[in-house]
Design a protein around this ligand. Structure first.
Ligand code: RIB
Ligand code: CA
Length: 313
């Protein structure tokens, strides 16, 4: 096997974030240089606690966790306890994590890591609002040219929004941060709702995860059974969309996904459509292609990968 791919996971756990972190932990193709937390689904103190709980469920307290931004660049924080529960990780019984948070701020860890590692070798995997990344770019613009790729869960176009009719939650929480990332020149792969609404936690899929029988799988199944209740009621679907692991799955098996290079811009002014990702899917503007926007996914292949890798934990 070639050298593992170096990644930083920026996250706001979140049950679906937990699934993404577990997928990464079960995949030797990836080397997690660190996990950085951001306010999003729940406040920063909780996302930073949750990230450590997830690592302790998986017996991976060797992975360092760095707390980042307490809120968006220019707006009050909007959270999603209505989806994820008060803890943000409702479902399993949760313990107080024993492993420490790192003293270094997440933004400084991102900058320091990108400057230390050879240019073009570190991939940023963002599972929440893009506040930490935008702050890092503001503090050290030169890091933009050193990022191998930024693979993000966020946005939507044909699928619309999930927190407003026009906006997906991660981009909606911090549209200014998202806009800064999309104009940064970093190579971006975007996993929008158009993909994640196609990877539903169907009962048959959850039962395969349950059959694994290890502690991480048991905790994940309890998380997903809590997490899906909101989306089943909202979408009338048979299961909830498992958003964040699509980011990690792309790194492991990119052929599970298909999409095209597009221009993406973010609405930051209109109250009606703030946080909307305006995707030029039909190439009508001639604007620079700044993202590879995914639209289709092999859902069965995605869940087979997730199940196989969680089984390795
Ligand atoms: O809109 C879905 C995204 O918002 C996911 O990343 C979920 O965890 C929340 O952060
Ligand atoms: Ca998330």
């Amino acid at each position: 096997m070639s050298e593992p791919r170096k990644i930083i996971i920026d996250t706001d756990p979140g049950q679906d974030d937990a699934a993404a972190i577990m997928l990464a932990l079960g995949s030797p193709e990836l080397e997690i240089l660190g996990i950085t937390t951001v306010a999003g689904n729940v406040p920063l103190s909780r996302t930073s606690t949750n990230a450590r709980i997830i690592l302790e469920f998986c017996g991976r307290t060797d992975i360092k966790v760095f707390a980042g931004a307490e809120g968006p660049i220019a707006r009050p924080l909007v959270t999603a306890e209505h989806v994820h529960g008060k803890t943000g990780l409702d479902g399993p019984e949760l313990h107080e994590p024993q492993m420490p948070l790192q003293p270094q701020h997440a933004v400084d860890f991102i900058i320091e890591t990108l400057k230390r590692e050879p240019a073009g070798t570190v991939t940023l995997c963002t599972l929440g609002p893009l506040t930490n990344i935008a702050l890092a770019l503001e503090k050290a613009p030169e890091i933009a040219g050193r990022v191998r790729e930024l693979v993000m869960m966020g946005g939507g176009f044909f699928e619309g929004g999930n927190i407003t009719p026009a906006a997906e939650f991660n981009v909606y929480v911090d549209p200014e941060a998202a806009a800064a990332v999309f104009i940064s020149g970093i190579p971006i792969v975007m996993m929008p709702l158009d993909v994640t609404h196609k990877v539903l936690t169907l009962k048959s899929r959850v039962e395969k995860l349950r059959a694994i029988g290890n502690r991480p799988a048991r905790a994940l199944v309890e998380m997903l059974e809590f997490f899906e209740r909101f989306d089943v009621e909202k979408y009338g679907s048979d299961g909830g969309p498992l958003h964040d692991p699509t980011v990690i799955a792309y790194l492991l098996k990119p052929d599970l996904f298909s999409g095209r290079d597009c221009n993406v811009e973010v609405e930051t002014t209109s109250p009606l459509t703030a946080g909307m990702t305006v995707v030029d899917w039909w190439q009508v503007t001639g604007r620079r292609h700044n993202a590879r926007v995914m639209k289709e996914v092999d859902a069965e292949g995605f869940f087979a990968l997730l199940t196989e890798r969680v089984g390795r934990l």
